[in-house]
Design a protein around this ligand. Structure first.
Ligand SMILES: [Mg+2]
Length: 250
C-alpha cells in the first residue's frame, strides 16, 4: 500500500502542528478526469448518461428535436448540460443528478481493473499527489472510484458542486483555479492532467498546467500528437510519457 500520510487533512494532526506549515509541499499534482478517462468510452456510460439527460429535457416539455438541440447547445456552450438547465430553466440540480448520473447501473457497466489500480499504486507519492478532477457531482465521482477500487489511492476529488448556484465546471478557467486552491498550490506548472475532452485539455494548458495528456476513446485511431497535445490510447502509456512520477521499483 502507498503511504497515506499526505492527506490534505494532515495539517490538522495535533501530533505535528508545525511540520506542514514549515515544509512547503514540492510534489507535483497528477489530476485525473474520471468519466471516459478512468474507464473506457466503450463502457457506453456517456451514452447512457446522454439518454437520461435527453429524457430530462423532454420532461421539461420539449419535443425530442428541441431537446436534442438544446442539450447539444448547452453542452457546447457550458461544458455541461446542467449548467444551461440551471441557468435558463427552473431545474433543481440535485433532482437532475438523481435522475441522470444517480440512476446509472454503474456496477454493471464498469468493473475493477487490477492493472489500473497497479498503475495508481506505482505513482511515487514522494514525488506526486494524485487527485481527481471531474465535472460530475461528488456522489457519482465517488461511486466510480469505489467500483474501480481507486478511492484509497486518490487524495481528493475536485467536483462540480451542484448545490452552488452557477457552479463552475471544466473548461472554465475558474474551475482550474479553484482546483489549485483546493490542493494548496499556486504554481500551475506543477500540474499533470489527463482528460478525454480536448476543450478541457486546452483550457488547462491555457492556465499554464504543464503536462496535459488527452486520453482518446477506443473508437478513434491513436494519433501521436494533435496540435502539441499527446494522445494516449491507454493510461498504461503514462508510464512511458511521464516516467518521472512513477517509482522505479516495479
Ligand atoms: Mg471525461
Amino acid at each position: 500500500m502507498p503511504p497515506q500520510d499526505h492527506h490534505s487533512t494532515a495539517s490538522n494532526d495535533p501530533q505535528s502542528p508545525s511540520k506542514d506549515a514549515q515544509l512547503p509541499d514540492d510534489r507535483v499534482v497528477v489530476w485525473f478526469d474520471i468519466d471516459n478517462t478512468l474507464y473506457s468510452a466503450s463502457a457506453k456510460i456517456s451514452q447512457a448518461m446522454g439518454t437520461r439527460i435527453h429524457a430530462y429535457f423532454v420532461s421539461l416539455g420539449l419535443d425530442h428535436d428541441e431537446a436534442s438541440e438544446l442539450h447539444l447547445r448547452y453542452y457546447t456552450l457550458y461544458g455541461l448540460a446542467l449548467r444551461g438547465l440551471t441557468r435558463h430553466h427552473d431545474v433543481d440540480p440535485l433532482d437532475f443528478d438523481r435522475k441522470c448520473d444517480g440512476s446509472l447501473p454503474l456496477e454493471e457497466m464498469i468493473k475493477y481493473d487490477p492493472t489500473l489500480r497497479k498503475l495508481f499504486e506505482d505513482i511515487d507519492r514522494t514525488k506526486a499527489r494524485v487527485w481527481a478532477l471531474t465535472n460530475a457531482f461528488r456522489p457519482h465521482a465517488e461511486r466510480v472510484l469505489r467500483i474501480l477500487k481507486l478511492d484509497d489511492l486518490v487524495e481528493g476529488i475536485v467536483y462540480c458542486d451542484y448545490r452552488v448556484k452557477d457552479f463552475v465546471c471544466k473548461p472554465e478557467p475558474e474551475y482550474y483555479q479553484m482546483a489549485l486552491r483546493r490542493v494548496g498550490i499556486s504554481d500551475p506548472s506543477k500540474c499533470y492532467f489527463v482528460d478525454d475532452n480536448r476543450s478541457n485539455i486546452d483550457s488547462a494548458r491555457a492556465e499554464g498546467w504543464a503536462k496535459c495528456i488527452k486520453q482518446i476513446d477506443n473508437e478513434r485511431e491513436p494519433g501521436a500528437v494533435d496540435n502539441d497535445v499527446i494522445d494516449i490510447a491507454s493510461l498504461e502509456e503514462l508510464r512511458n510519457v511521464w516516467p518521472e512520477i512513477f517509482s522505479n521499483l516495479s
